[in-house]
Design a protein around this ligand. Structure first.
Ligand code: ADP
Ligand code: 5GP
Length: 253
């Protein structure tokens, strides 16, 4: 493949779709693989834009026909990346970005170890809950059990962060978008020798700071808040007890 394959995973509601859509406004040459799913469309989602929405029968038929590069069951629905997305990006010479869960990312990594993987974290459970709830409200449907299911899976998904080359904490949106853009540009520079002009040094620094091995200090409070390091987080993980507050963004530096 001429282009680079980027895998991006995150607990639901962390802001990965928002980051990907902002990135694609800033950078050309990055295609987004539209996944197939058996989940029902949410809010303003359209078939062929966010996802190809399908039935379980049709999805299973596609599995038998080996149409998927990877597929997995997430929150009770099937999701998969069509091999065709990869072929199209390859023939266009574009990079390809897959928004996939931790199981799908593991499957792709096993087949394509050269893929660049990025894990996005919300700053803490409370912010995650607020984002999920605000999104549901904006879509006009607040399904408490679905919300709770997604929140309770978050810590388990985050436990996989070590399998990812880069880590982003999506606190301030503009900064996270700039970090994602820096990762893509830095990888183009390292792999393809693509020039990144006068911004190059800064871009390489920003990307390097997001490499997993360089994020330990920044990650510590996030992991603690999700109960992954130590046990100081148990109170914060009690999502249900808190009243909703507008999300306050804070600098995590
Ligand atoms: P995901 O794709 O990871 O499930 P979304 O991109 O749908 O998450 O984001 C969930 C919600 O959080 C959306 O309402 C989005 O507008 C909001 N959001 C995303 N990133 C930020 C951020 N950095 N600050 C505040 N809100 C955000
Ligand atoms: P949502 O229902 O919120 O759109 O997505 C739920 C989860 O499914 C997210 O973690 C998202 O990354 C994941 N997902 C979306 N598309 C795919 C896919 O093609 N394959 C896999 N394995 N996961 C996907």
């Amino acid at each position: 493949m001429a282009g680079i394959l980027f895998l991006i995973s995150a607990p639901s509601g962390s802001g990965k779709s928002t980051l990907v859509s902002e990135l694609r406004k800033q950078l050309s040459g990055v295609d987004f693989a539209i996944s197939w799913t058996t989940r029902a469309p949410r809010g303003s989602e359209e078939n062929g834009r966010e996802y190809y929405f399908t039935t379980r029968d049709e999805f299973e038929q596609m599995v038998k026909q080996d149409k998927f590069l990877e597929h997995a069951e997430v929150f009770g629905n099937l999701y998969g990346t069509a091999r065709q997305s990869l072929e199209e990006a390859r023939s266009a010479g574009h990079d390809l970005l897959l928004d996939i869960d931790v199981q799908g990312a593991a499957q792709v990594r096993a087949k394509m170890p050269e893929a660049v993987s990025i894990f996005v974290l919300p700053p803490n459970p409370k912010v995650l809950r607020t984002r999920l709830r605000n999104r549901s409200r904006a879509e006009g449907v607040v399904n408490e059990s679905e919300l709770y299911r997604r929140l309770s899976e978050a810590s388990k998904e985050i436990e996989n962060f070590r399998q990812y080359g880069y880590i982003l904490v999506n606190d301030i949106l503009d900064r996270a978008v700039a970090q994602l853009e820096a990762i893509v540009l830095a990888e183009r520079f390292y792999r393809n020798g693509e020039a990144i002009a006068y911004r190059s040094r800064r871009v390489l620094e920003v990307a390097a700071a997001c490499m997993q091995s360089n994020t330990q200090e920044r990650l510590k409070p996030v992991l603690e808040a999700f109960g992954i390091l130590g046990d100081s987080s148990q109170q914060e993980l009690n999502f249900e007890d808190e009243t909703d507050e507008p999300e306050e963004e804070s600098d995590d530096d």
